[in-house]
Design a binder for this molecule. Structure first.
Ligand code: NAP
Length: 515
């Protein structure tokens, strides 16, 4: 059982707070009674939040522009228009941030800040209608569906021959798909495969780019997919077993966005239903969840990337990002879990949170919707790094946990790896004994703990992050190449980044984990 403290937790200012009276969340202090749960309640109250008494209308661009004040604020996301006036005081990023969307098509703005938020569900009672189609001179008379925006191509596509391609062949009993990525790829983690009924979705995560293959298969296959990666030549091969041994004349019918190569951030999130296999206490308020992917899915979340957990709270979808971790910091000699079929998430339970108490109460065997993976870390940043520094606060440790393991196992060039780990009390330190063990085992690894609310008996460092702490910690020996990684609550991250910059570390030498 978790021993969840009921008072003063999470810390004031923690992003995880659901705005209890007068406490800050993200950048703004939400008024009492304006938490996410309060918003969900308001949307269920039957109150008219659009001013149109349930009527849906077609909105012209000129009409949209007129609704640009706090009391009358409309915005358009992916062709649908919402009245945000009632949501103004509930927006965790604050009124000012929301007003950037007033009277305009804010799709790109929304995607930039939090495209994973399920706005359709959160704002369904605010729906005004859809944008009227502007007749294009070339398409006079044709009415294109306004909600179907092409996927944004925010960066120029790489030259044609850098585009991955695929091929397929079959035997009596199997169908084999080969993806040629045309680049070196990691030995695992770049192929995310989901076979759901007859639909096969294969997403290749290639740095910041995503290559998608998506078919409704011609015929039935068994629900286990075998994935082989030849990383040095950049080839991934999938083997599907036919349910009936017959010749296929084609692989299948292409589905939405099949054979597209775009930036990961522009790709829509895909969810699959996972089963909660186990929950293990890590500390008094943090659990390690083991989730099992459905039999047709194969996904190894790349190091430093996160997934999204989605659940329905009073009929509204609530989505939150969580960084995947390994089962433990130090790999066991033999692992029983099949590679790519399980995900481990370390989740701190916030008593006044919306999602985490719900997750903490889920019984083993319950299902959870998992989307992603996503994230900006590419292993290229580690190339030639000799000194890896990590500044982590609270659960901001989670991306570091896999980074440490990966760096120790695969990056022999790294001479020194140092973690400065900030927590409130000693009991909050995640995987403390594993960190200590690693320090004794691995000469290259060092950890320094800093507590902001230590007991009198604590002999280690105390306080919050400051310049003095970092000055000695972030050494820069001759001929070294340094990388400083930062993750934690927003305020901590801001301070850490500022301090690191003041110590003359360049942007290339800094990586900030942000979900
Ligand atoms: P916490 O327990 O509230 O805080 C951990 C430590 O950070 C405490 O010592 C705290 O000091 C310090 N701290 C908090 N705010 C600070 C500030 N403004 N300046 C300096 N120090 C500060 O942390 P938590 O509840 O585990 O939260 C962890 C955060 O990390 C969450 O917000 C989560 O979203 C984020 N996270 C992000 C990612 C990602 O982006 N990939 C992954 C995992 C976690 P005080 O006691 O003095 O406040």
């Amino acid at each position: 059982m978790l021993n969840v403290p009921s008072q003063a937790f999470p810390a004031a200012g923690s992003q995880q707070r659901v705005a209890p009276a007068g406490q800050s969340r993200n950048k703004v202090v939400l008024k009492p009674g304006h938490s996410l749960l309060d918003w969900i309640r308001l949307t269920k109250s039957g109150q008219d939040l659009t001013g149109l008494r349930g009527r849906l209308i077609e909105v012209t661009e000129d009409e949209l522009k007129k609704h640009n004040t706090k009391k009358d604020c409309w915005t358009c996301i992916r062709g649908m228009v919402y009245n945000l006036s009632a949501y103004m005081d509930f927006h965790p990023g604050g009124e000012e941030e929301l007003m950037r969307a007033a009277g305009i098509d804010s799709t790109d703005l929304f995607d930039e800040v939090h495209r994973w938020v399920n706005y359709e569900s959160m704002l369904k009672e605010c729906l005004v209608g859809r944008m009227a189609v502007k007749p294009s001179p070339a398409l006079q008379g044709l009415s294109a569906p306004p909600s179907l925006r092409p996927e944004p191509l925010s960066a120029p596509l790489p030259a044609k021959d850098h585009r991955p391609r695929y091929d397929w062949f079959q035997t009596d009993g199997t169908v084999n798909i080969v993806v040629y990525t045309k680049r070196k790829i990691p030995s695992a983690g770049c192929a995310v495969v989901d076979l759901q009924d007859d639909n096969l979705r294969v997403e290749m995560l290639l740095g910041r780019m995503s290559y998608l293959l998506y078919w409704r298969l011609s015929s039935r296959v068994q629900d286990h997919v075998d994935v082989q990666t030849a990383h040095s030549v950049g080839k991934v091969q999938l083997c599907l077993r036919k349910s009936v041994k017959e010749k296929w004349t084609q692989l299948g019918q292409s589905l939405e966005h099949h054979d597209t190569f775009i930036q990961c951030k522009d790709r829509g999130l895909f969810y699959r239903e996972c089963v909660l296999l186990s929950k293990t206490d890590v500390t008094h308020n943090t659990q390690l969840l083991r989730l099992q992917l459905p039999p047709g899915s194969r996904m190894q979340v790349p190091v430093g990337r996160h997934v999204y957990l989605k659940t329905s709270v009073q009929g509204t979808d609530v989505v939150k990002p969580y960084t995947a971790v390994d089962q433990m910091l130090i790999p066991p000699s033999q692992s029983s879990a099949e590679v790519g079929s399980d995900i481990h998430l370390m989740i701190k339970v916030y008593p006044d949170g919306v999602l985490t108490p719900h997750i903490a109460n889920l019984p083993i065997g319950a299902s959870l919707s998992v989307g992603g993976p996503e994230g900006s870390l590419t292993l290229r940043v580690l190339r030639d790094v000799t000194h890896l520094y990590m500044l982590a606060a609270g659960t901001g440790f989670t991306p570091m946990a896999r980074l440490i393991r990966l760096a120790l196992q695969e990056f022999t060039v790294i001479r020194k790896m140092k973690l400065m780990f900030f927590n409130r009390q000693e009991r909050d330190i995640l995987w403390q004994s594993q960190l200590d063990e690693l320090c004794t085992k691995e000469e290259r690894f060092e950890v320094q703990h800093v507590l902001s609310e230590p007991a009198d008996s604590w002999t280690g460092r105390r306080g919050r992050i400051d310049a003095c702490m970092l000055q000695n910690f972030l050494e820069r020996p001759e001929n070294s190449k340094c990388l400083v990684c930062v993750c934690g609550p927003a305020g901590f991250t801001e301070s850490a980044v500022q301090l690191v910059r003041q110590l003359d570390f360049s942007e290339e030498e800094l990586h900030v984990f942000q979900a």
